[in-house]
Design a protein around this ligand. Structure first.
Ligand code: GLY
Length: 362
């Protein structure tokens, strides 16, 4: 078992641990019985995870006489909406959850973001324990306190910063994870390597077969390193005023593709396309060498992720329309993450919509 600490500087009391290991979920009820964080627990999950792990977790809580209820919503990005948030809140109110409650967000990115956002606003904020069940949620969305829902305009358009009380990463969840979901998480891991750790990129290249074959030991090393990269960034810049913007590498175009396609593309596929355009622009503007662009795209391709979107599916104009709603546009200036080299990214305010039009049209 590994414990990684997230030491927050602005509000040190909000610092928390990320615990990584196999079989951790089995001990959660025992742990909360010994060291309670609330008087009542709302286990929020989706329809798939409810069946796989939610019902067992509820039974564990009940066996320890912990006051708990399981609340679920249909699986899928479509549920990451204001409508689902309201339904979950109404259910919690009907069940009598008060300010002395804690939310257990059990699931992938959609569950973590939605349940975390409920926690941020329910009775003006209650604690939330993130229990990510997908690779993507383990290395990205469960860490750092960004919680949100999507709207028809843009992904994550309505949300808050609400740091979790704790993150529990149980590696055993990855044993039942579909290959497509593994690729989704790998896209974020590759992003972490590309923006800040050349050696980690090399590790991923070298161990990609083991990772794709779900070798838990290798995966745990990769998850830990990926979490450390994200932790370092969040510690330095909790509210995305500077350094944290680097995590948006591939996401400006990626998020626009997701919302333009009404979330019918996976996040991993969308940011893979976004990263390939971002690398191409980095090279075109004289920062990144062509060899590194190829290296990045080869790794993405190897895990089955695309690096181009057919213009028949989506016109550059439609992507650009959705980029207008991006939270990264400040004073009409686009903050676009580019690479100097593998492991070294920077935020450019010198990328115009015209530049993007050019690169998307190629
Ligand atoms: N997923 C990007 C961030 O947490 O800032």
């Amino acid at each position: 078992m590994e414990i990684c600490r997230v030491d927050l500087k602005e509000e040190t009391g909000n610092s928390y641990d990320i615990i990584i290991g196999a079989g951790l979920i089995g001990n959660l009820a025992i742990e909360l019985k010994q060291k309670p964080v609330a008087n009542a627990y709302a286990i929020i999950t989706d329809s798939n995870v409810k069946r796989l792990y939610g019902e067992t977790l509820l039974k564990n809580f009940q066996a320890k006489n912990l006051h708990a209820h399981l609340i679920s919503f249909p699986a899928g990005e479509k549920s990451k909406s204001r409508d689902t948030k309201e339904k979950v809140e109404n259910e919690m109110l009907n069940l009598g959850f008060g300010r002395d409650s804690c939310i257990i967000a059990l699931g992938g990115g959609v569950v973590g973001d939605l349940a975390g956002f409920v926690a941020a606003t329910y009775m003006r904020g209650i604690p939330c324990i993130q229990v990510p069940t997908t690779l993507l949620a383990m290395v990205d969305s469960s860490i750092g306190g960004k919680v949100a829902v999507d709207t028809m305009h843009a992904k994550n358009a309505i949300g808050a910063f609400h740091q979790p009380k704790k993150v529990i990463i149980d590696m055993n969840f990855l044993k039942t994870l579909p290959k497509k979901e593994l690729a989704n998480g790998l896209a974020e891991m590759i992003k972490h390597a590309l923006i800040s750790d050349r050696d980690f990129f090399h590790f991923l290249e070298k161990n990609i077969d083991k990772i794709l074959n779900c070798d838990l030991e290798t995966l745990e090393q990769a998850v830990k390193r990926s979490c450390e990269i994200k932790i370092h960034i969040v510690e330095e810049d909790e509210k995305e005023k500077g350094l944290r913007k680097l995590l948006n590498y591939g996401h400006t175009i990626g998020h626009a593709i997701e919302s333009a396609l009404k979330y019918k593309i996976s996040h991993g596929q969308a940011i893979s396309i976004g990263m390939s355009y971002a690398a191409k622009l980095s090279a075109k503007n004289g920062f990144l060498d062509e060899g590194s662009v190829i290296r990045q795209n080869n790794l993405l391709e190897y895990i089955g992720l695309p690096h181009k979107l057919s213009h028949r599916k989506l016109k550059p104009r439609e992507i650009l329309e959705h980029i207008q709603y991006d939270k990264k546009i400040i004073n009409k200036k686009l903050n676009f993450v580019l690479l100097n080299s593998i492991g070294d990214a920077f935020v450019s305010d010198d990328v115009s919509m015209e530049d993007l039009k050019g690169i998307l049209g190629e």
